[in-house]
Write a protein that binds this ligand. Structure first.
Ligand SMILES: [Zn+2]
Ligand SMILES: [Zn+2]
Length: 550
């Protein structure tokens, strides 16, 4: 029998507790997120929404998760709020309910072991669970075990006072199946309602946010009567990711207006408030500024190779062979040139930056630098992993994802393939009816993006490195998907018929009609210029109440 209340070891092949933060990590890389209002509100204020940090493969999601956990531990050291970090590793989950059970067990473990929890009234509940789980004569059924571990967890959380906070950081869970993600969301919603702050990293926005802006008639006008500033016109108001809704009429109030003491002022509203944040998720995109990335490269190189003139903050060992060969080179800017090369290859992605640095750190002399045109093996392996996330989906999504990536790879980077054309291509040649561009981006699991502000929405490959990988046929699955699509001259959007007036809008999730009939022979005509979008009629209209997606 288990010792009462002492958490038992749990194990799951794909679920792991956080690894300790490695000395390889340069915390300044992630300072940007701690300065963001959304992070401050999530960690310090009384909010119940979950924070999603969205980053493409190689963007450094795992690094970010580890640094955030460390930051929270330090920030709340004096009060000792528990910080639990869980990583879901790539792998097949054969039993989703058992995964869920181990997930809850891991969360319980993390919370119960935290010193601040002290007196733990859930010991009895937990003992019932461990008896059911580890009983040598065969445990109870999984649904029963789930109820027992939930009971222990809820007793533990329910016994905390109102100011109690716990942080749960999840990384890699976006690779779970959709069924598992939904099961997980239900559990997380309950945990959030009991004071657990949840942050998740993800390749794609699992939940989109509605496009919205402040409805207050005086928005943009300061409360100061001496100022003769005017309210901002509705069309010019900024898009909000955090806001309050009136409980009665759902009118939107921005954070600054709320801070000014404003509330709902809609004439038709009966109660005019109270105002609440009524959403469950806020998404932020991982986008480290370039200076810390540059500092990190310099720091990493000098930490490895000694003082090569980059003036970094690293404690520098004696010069390595590579360091010496830089010092002895005639080009005084060589070290800086190497830094610039790494920066431009990595394209703002922390994961790619690290992979490039790993290669440089193996070199013995600068003569070896820049040799060969092949993608390095460690970068190929990051990208192989990213494509496996596409392959692991159900057969329809898998084909949609792989074919879309292959099709985008035929177009110049970073222009990509216009989404209306891609949809038509998939419909004509694979008989795949794709409802919207959003379906395509989702199926591509973060490997395609649709830059905002483009007049014609396009799907393009998310980074120059991945483009090289697709274009040069590093991946067999993508190559096969490319073979499934017709070969010949590139199709062009200007070959598509002009949609009628009412069909001219292209928005995510709101498409109810397909573009007009088009024949395959027409699609195959080669035209090299893209006409202006006004002539074609596809334009991007941001309308309040639609979903934002990237
Ligand atoms: Zn406002
Ligand atoms: Zn109202």
């Amino acid at each position: 029998m288990a010792v009462a209340g002492k958490p038992r070891k749990w194990e799951h092949p794909t679920l792991k507790l956080a690894k300790p933060i490695s000395s390889e990590i340069f915390p300044a890389l992630c300072d940007w997120i701690f300065r963001r209002q959304v992070f401050k509100r999530w960690s310090e204020e009384s909010v119940s929404w979950q924070l999603y940090c969205i980053g493409e493969p190689g963007a450094g999601k795992t690094t970010l998760a580890a640094i955030i956990a460390e930051h929270l531990r330090q920030q709340f050291q004096s009060v000792g709020y528990p910080v639990v970090t869980l990583f879901a590793e790539e792998g097949i989950v054969s039993n989703e309910l058992e995964f869920l059970e181990d997930f809850l067990h891991a969360v319980y473990h993390g919370l119960a072991e935290c010193p601040v929890v002290g007196d733990n009234p859930s010991k009895e509940d937990y003992q019932k669970y461990t008896e059911a789980r580890f009983n040598q004569n065969g445990g109870l059924r999984v649904n029963r075990r789930l109820s027992l571990i939930r009971a222990a967890l809820y007793t533990l959380l329910g016994s905390r006072n109102k100011s109690f906070r716990a942080f749960l950081i999840l990384d890699g869970f976006d690779l779970c199946s959709e069924t598992l993600l939904l099961l997980l969301e239900t559990e997380l919603a309950t945990l959030r309602s009991m004071g657990v702050r949840v942050l998740q990293t993800s390749r794609i926005a699992i939940f989109e946010q509605y496009v919205t802006w402040c409805d207050h008639p005086k928005h943009g006008k300061t409360g100061d009567p001496d100022e003769d500033d005017e309210p901002i016109a509705e069309i010019d108001r900024e898009r909000l990711s955090m806001y309050y809704n009136c409980d009665s009429c759902l009118s939107v109030l921005c954070l600054p207006c709320k801070a000014d003491g404003r509330a709902c002022e809609r004439d038709t509203c009966e109660t005019r408030g109270p105002m609440r944040e009524r959403y469950d998720y806020v998404n932020i995109t991982i986008s480290p500024p370039s200076q810390p990335l540059n500092d990190y490269i310099c720091w990493n190189l000098e930490r490895e190779h000694g003082d090569i003139g980059l003036h970094s903050s690293a404690s520098k060992p004696p010069l390595s062979a590579f360091g010496l060969s830089i010092r002895n080179n005639k080009n005084p800017d060589l070290a800086q040139d190497i830094v610039s090369d790494i920066e431009s290859w990595a394209d703002g992605h922390i994961g790619f930056t690290k992979a490039r640095l790993d290669i440089v750190n193996e070199l013995q002399s600068v003569e070896e630098w820049g040799r060969g045109n092949q993608l390095p093996a460690n970068i190929v392996s990051i990208l192989d992993g990213a494509v496996r996330a596409v392959e692991k989906q159900n057969p329809l999504k898998r084909r949609l994802g792989l074919q879309s990536i292959a099709a985008a790879g035929r177009y110049d980077w970073p222009d990509g393939i216009p989404i209306p054309l891609l949809r038509q291509l998939l419909k004509d040649h694979s008989n795949q009816e794709v409802r919207s561009g959003e379906d395509i981006l989702r199926a591509a699991r973060g490997l395609l993006r649709s830059p905002e502000g483009d007049e014609i929405q396009s799907a393009d490959i998310y980074s120059a490195t991945f483009y090289e990988y697709v274009f040069n046929g590093y991946n067999e699955r993508i190559h096969e998907a490319d073979q499934e699509l017709p070969h010949g001259d590139k199709e062009d959007i200007s070959d598509m018929p002009e949609p009628e007036e009412e069909k001219a809008r292209f928005e995510p999730q709101t498409i109810t009609e397909e573009p007009g009939e088009i024949t395959a022979s027409k699609l195959h005509r080669s035209v090299t210029t893209i006409e202006s979008s006004h002539e074609i009629g596809f334009s991007r209209v941001v309308r309040k109440g639609t979903l934002a997606w990237k």
